[in-house]
Design a protein around this ligand. Structure first.
Ligand code: GLC
Ligand code: MG
Length: 580
């Protein structure tokens, strides 16, 4: 009470008045755009058909041009690539297909000169089975044996050894793998080559803290943290020393090998997880205190909204600044109404702690591309939502040009999630290869991605017309709209302004941002239908509005003026209007 009073008095003395929430200076990450690069698919500098670090470095100007201030790189560490880098065999080394540590340092230096922050991917839940840690464990080295999760098998009525319980891998089948050398099973929540680390062992916690320190000390601006909610399994001592079976999920549309067959009450979202995240945040802040650059933590968690917001932390327990908000991936798509969109957006805004920043994600390397899910006509409208809502915007590479999923045949499929279906027909619903096809730079060979005769995944059809070069040259394109949005986002209205929204009718979603004397209204028509909308349903909106940015196929021109009570909206149109 008293402390608060003293602080208030001091604030008044220092600034002449107490700062309002919308006057507090933002940290670098609070208003930037994070651009996700999947390194294997962005740019290949050495012609082996696989993207690499030098390739990324050569394209940093492009990232600058589109207006992103930070890049998150999917894993670049040493890996046998069973899960394309999410199976790490050496957390302290760069994978040779991507380049060398010098290449990475060059990337950092060039990014720094362009004022682009680099965020890496931390994969704490598991290592590769080829890591020294796992190899040592197999050799009977007790320290490293304790890094992993081991369990005795069960002898069935035929005298045969079976896995300890019914736990399932995300990529189908048992989550347990037997190791002759050890005489036990180890847990792998993902592929067989991804043994889970044991976070009940303080040595593992310290090891991962050191990994974090190693990269942050190099000037890396933070980490996206992979599969965080799988970190802990239930404490087996609570169950008589044996990990208990998980219950049936009730889903009859999936087969018993599918991860969705069970309800993951013992392998996901355990309470200890949040404290591990708060503990990591202390490590981030410890480095930030040394060099003055706030480090950002972004957590990848698909869970209930109540659980997702726990990653922010509360009170003294401070967690991630950006617990990814996947609602615009999981809750809405091309079939959604304006009301569905409003509800999906309000969900995160409603549940997040008041003082924390929201974030907006519409795609990543695990999800069908935004343009495919929403339809190419909605690309500009969806980018308006991602970039003009309050808080952090996240773009998966290609969303700025409306890249669509590529077709990858069964023969060309490499993603374990697709391959493990063993189903040449239905693999497509599980494979993540379509959203990982190479980036499309131009109309040349392999879309300018690589000079190789064969790229690691095929380039998507249609790249001759859907690519960066074409969109740069065109007078109007998704890319140009994206750049305009990224520019406008710098305005105080979008940095500090308030927000409200309306489902104007079944099809048209509208939101308003305002700050001091300025008000903007964004309209997104989600359907192939024309409308005339009345924006005076928004409080304090009357008079004229003028067009600031409009989607590629909009019949409007910049500067067109309409009466706010009768604004025509074309099919799938996205419009940013300014109240005059
Ligand atoms: C995350 C990654 C995904 C990976 C999995 C296992 O979900 O985004 O690509 O397969 O974790 O590391
Ligand atoms: Mg290469």
């Amino acid at each position: 009470m008293r402390g608060g009073f003293v602080l208030a008095v001091l604030t008044v003395l220092c600034h002449g008045h107490v700062l309002r929430q919308d006057e507090i200076e933002l940290e670098w990450w609070e208003s930037t755009i994070f651009y996700q690069i999947y390194p294997r698919s962005f740019a290949d500098s050495d012609g082996d058909g696989i993207g690499d670090l030098k390739g990324i470095t050569s394209k940093l100007e492009y990232i600058k041009e589109i207006g992103a201030g930070a890049v998150w790189l999917s894993p670049i560490f040493q890996s046998p690539m069973y899960d394309f880098g999410y199976d790490i065999s050496d957390f302290y080394a760069i994978h040779d297909e991507f380049g060398t540590m010098e290449d990475f340092e060059e990337l950092l230096t060039k990014a720094d000169s362009l004022d682009i922050k680099i965020v890496l991917d931390l994969v704490p839940n598991h290592t590769s089975n080829e890591s020294i840690w796992f190899q040592e464990a197999l050799k009977g080295n007790e320290k490293y044996y304790n890094y992993f999760v081991w369990e005795d098998g069960i002898i069935d009525e035929n005298g045969e050894m079976q896995p300890p319980n019914n736990w399932l891998s995300h990529f189908r089948g048992s989550a347990w793998e037997y190791k002759e050398e050890v005489g036990k099973y180890y847990l792998h929540q993902f592929v067989v080559g991804q043994p889970d680390l044991n976070y009940r062992n303080p040595d593992v916690v310290e090891e991962m803290n050191n990994v974090i320190r190693f990269w942050l000390d190099k000037g890396v601006a933070g980490f996206r943290v992979d599969a965080v909610n799988c970190l802990f399994e239930v404490d087996k001592d609570m169950f008589g020393g044996k990990y208990p079976d998980e219950p049936f999920s009730g889903r009859t549309d999936v087969d018993p090998e599918s991860h969705d067959y069970l309800s993951h009450i013992y392998t996901k979202d355990q309470n200890e997880t949040y404290y591990m995240v708060y503990q990591w945040r202390n490590v981030f802040d410890e480095i930030a205190a040394k060099d003055g650059l706030p480090r950002v933590m972004m957590t990848e968690v698909y869970a209930s909204i109540q659980d997702v917001v726990k990653y922010f932390g509360e009170g003294d327990q401070i967690g991630a600044q950006v617990p990814f908000n996947f609602d615009l991936i999981t809750d809405v798509d091309a079939s959604s109404s304006a009301a569905d969109m409003k509800r999906a957006i309000d969900k995160f805004l409603t549940y997040k702690p008041l003082e924390k920043k929201p974030n907006w994600v519409v795609g990543n390397h695990d999800q069908s591309r935004m343009a495919t899910r929403y339809g190419s006509s909605l690309v500009d409208g969806i980018n308006m939502i991602v970039l003009l809502l309050p808080g952090v915007g996240v773009t998966y590479m290609g969303e700025e040009i409306g890249l669509v999923d590529g077709y990858v045949s069964w023969e060309d499929t490499v993603d374990p999630s697709g391959c493990n279906t063993n189903d040449p027909i239905n693999y497509v619903t599980s494979s993540r290869d379509p959203e990982r096809t190479p980036f499309q730079w131009n109309a040349e060979k392999n879309a300018g991605f690589s000079t190789a005769d064969k790229t690691w995944l095929p380039v998507a059809e249609g790249y001759e017309t859907l690519n960066v070069e074409v969109q740069k040259a065109a007078e109007r394109s998704n890319l140009k709209v994206y750049q305009a949005l990224a520019d406008l986002r710098q305005d105080s209205v979008f940095r500090y302004g308030r927000y409200d929204s309306l489902a104007i009718n079944h099809d048209v979603f509208a939101f308003r941002r305002w700050y001091k004397a300025d008000t903007y209204i964004v309209l997104v028509n989600m359907r192939d239908m024309s409308h005339e909308v009345d924006l005076t349903y928004f409080e304090n909106v009357t008079g004229d509005v003028s067009v600031v940015i409009r989607s590629v196929h909009s019949p409007k021109s910049e500067g067109d003026v309409f009466d706010a009570s009768t604004v025509p909206v074309a099919p799938y149109e996205g419009i940013v209007l300014k109240l005059l």
